[in-house]
Design a protein around this ligand. Structure first.
Ligand SMILES: [Zn+2]
Length: 575
């Protein structure tokens, strides 16, 4: 009998604890690292991985994902699984599928259609919905084969849906009795294995993450009284971490009332996005306040920093990233037929032109209409082939000049000709390295925001660990590789209460990546028709990861999936 199931030989270990790198061998048995030594004999292992010249590091811990539906048809939770992530946390922003009464399932799924851009048909085909309670949901996740470890927040939106009703809770305050029932459900969810509570609290004005009908999400309407009660309920369990997307004020309230850590989204680099979609406070002011909360106030608030450069590909079929602008939100809601009529309407276009002229750009992310490129025109529209010839690969300003029209007309005409399925691509907005360094290396900053499993047709920010190492560390040196691995694995594991993971240590689960530092990179974004019900999503794969290992089993070899599903449900952060 071999002593080890696997031996990782000759690699350079970066253990996630900011220990300076060293070259050693790692012996793995029964899913755990059992020996780290200088020269382990190959004959002692069933399988030997030659890691000479490679970095051997802990798998990444992705705290901000929305794989709540996708994990049921994609065990590896890609993009994350492709990018070295070995543990994901779901149930972020207050969104999720449990608890949910059978008659509310469609309404529950509808709440993720616009906000997170997961198609309804995909969820209907792919989500088993063999649960009512949150505990039963976790049981279902546990039964499902997984290629990554999964931990879940207890999201607050379904709790409102279950007790008050999603739409009713937007219009009226919960009664005292209902509030108590919701607090009981939080404690019940925590007892079943949830890792804390989560909510998006973005208010009504300027909110870019809305419900399917253009109204705020139910958690956006949450009162101070409810927030305090929910925080106290979590605090009463003596464990857990909260996640909140919104103002830092809410993070402070939760931290104060619960006594527990809070992950706050998001810390944005100055200049990363413009004033219509970026931070409303300077990074240094946000960081100073975070320091004060953590160092002086007895509160634990950890910021998640947005650490990817931003580009977007999109169609207007279900575009929501302009929702912060009321006039754009109005034309981007409704059925496809209704939207087509609005897109053609000269009066609406006149208003949108004046908005565009006033802003000098479009939407939320600082890109101008002129620079947007036509990425694709579908073939299944009248004259599809001719339209492809005429438009694909050209920028909007080139087309506008050629056709002697306003850039907004050029954009919307092509959207209409493609029956809203025409694809557009923005330029990559590059964050200056000094600005990224400020937010990525801020005290307690957690790199991200992945949003894996969400915004599936627009962005590929799930690539963030690869971009951190291959771009921000290797190309720009914003931090050491040792610090990057700490921030990508050990620190998020600690922050979220994921116990015993995120480092390479004897006795710890063998969640390990072996990669080529010089080779590591994200591959170009592409469309993949791999979602249930024939739906497509934007994907971005990686190169340079030689082995991705989860609980001692290899899930990917040089980007190829082994079909292994060694991932576990991490109830209470343990498994
Ligand atoms: Zn989110």
């Amino acid at each position: 009998m071999a002593k080890f199931d696997m031996l990782i030989k000759g690699g350079t270990i970066i253990d996630g604890l900011q220990t300076p790198r060293y070259r050693h061998d790692i012996g793995i048995a029964d899913g755990k690292v059992v020996e780290i030594s200088g020269n382990i004999a190959p004959e002692t292992a069933t399988r030997v991985i030659d890691a000479t010249g490679k970095i051997v590091a802990p798998g990444f811990v992705d705290l901000h994902t929305h794989y709540d539906s996708q994990l049921f048809w994609d065990p590896w939770c890609t993009l994350s699984g492709w990018h070295g992530v070995t543990s994901v946390v779901i149930g972020n922003c207050g969104f999720g599928f449990a608890p949910c009464k059978p008659e509310d399932r469609e309404r529950n799924m509808m709440s993720l259609v616009r906000n997170e851009a997961v198609p309804l048909a995909t969820m209907k085909a792919g989500v088993p919905f063999d649960w009512v309670s949150f505990g039963e949901f976790l049981d279902s996740v546990e039964r499902t084969p997984k290629g990554v470890n999964v931990m879940s927040f207890v999201p607050l939106a379904p709790i409102y849906g279950y007790v008050v009703g999603t739409d009713e809770a937007k219009d009226r305050a919960a009664t005292d009795d209902e509030l108590q029932q919701m607090c009981d459900l939080i404690v019940e969810g925590m007892d079943a294995g949830g890792c804390g509570i989560s909510a998006q609290i973005m208010g009504v004005e300027g909110n870019v993450q809305l419900d399917f009908d253009g109204t705020p999400m139910v958690t956006d309407c949450m009162s101070h009284r409810d927030l305090v009660a929910f925080s106290k309920a979590m605090g009463s369990t003596g464990r857990g971490v909260a996640q909140v997307t919104g103002s830092m004020d809410f993070a402070e309230v939760i931290a104060r009332e619960s006594g527990r850590p809070v992950i706050w989204n998001a810390l944005l680099a100055d200049g990363a996005l413009n004033q219509h979609g970026g931070a409303t406070v300077l990074a240094r002011d946000a960081i100073a306040r975070l320091r004060d909360l953590n160092e002086n106030q007895g509160l634990r608030v950890l910021p998640q920093s947005l650490t990817t450069n931003f580009a977007s590909q999109f169609t207007f079929e279900d575009y929501n990233l302009a929702d912060a602008i009321p006039e754009w939100k109005e034309i981007c809601t409704g059925t496809i037929a209704e939207k087509l009529e609005k897109f053609k309407d000269p009066a609406r276009r006149a208003v949108l032109k004046s908005i565009q002229d006033e802003r000098g750009g479009l939407f939320a992310a600082g890109y101008t209409t002129a620079e947007i490129k036509v990425g694709w025109i579908p073939l299944d529209v009248p004259d599809g082939l001719a339209l492809q010839d005429r438009y694909e690969g050209y920028t909007i300003v080139e087309i506008a000049q050629r056709e002697h029209k306003h850039t907004l007309d050029a954009l919307l005409d092509i959207a209409v000709l493609g029956e809203l399925k025409s694809g557009f691509e923005t330029k990559m907005i590059m964050t200056p390295p000094a600005a990224m360094k400020e937010v990525a290396t801020a005290p307690m900053a957690l790199p991200g925001v992945s949003d894996g499993g969400a915004h599936t047709k627009f962005v590929t920010t799930g690539r963030y660990p690869t971009e951190m190492i291959s771009y921000w560390v290797r190309e720009h040196g914003i931090m050491s590789l040792e610090e990057a691995h700490w921030r990508l694995s050990a620190l998020p594991a600690q922050a979220a209460g994921l116990k015993g993971r995120g480092t390479i240590a004897e006795g710890a689960p063998a969640d390990i990546i072996v990669y080529d530092y010089e080779e590591l990179d994200s591959l170009p974004a592409e469309r993949a028709w791999d979602y249930p019900a024939g739906e497509w999503r934007l994907i971005q794969k990686a190169k340079g990861y030689n082995y991705i290992i989860v609980n001692g089993d290899i899930t990917f070899v040089d980007g190829e999936c082994t079909q292994a599903t060694p991932g576990k449900l991490l109830r209470h952060g343990t498994a």
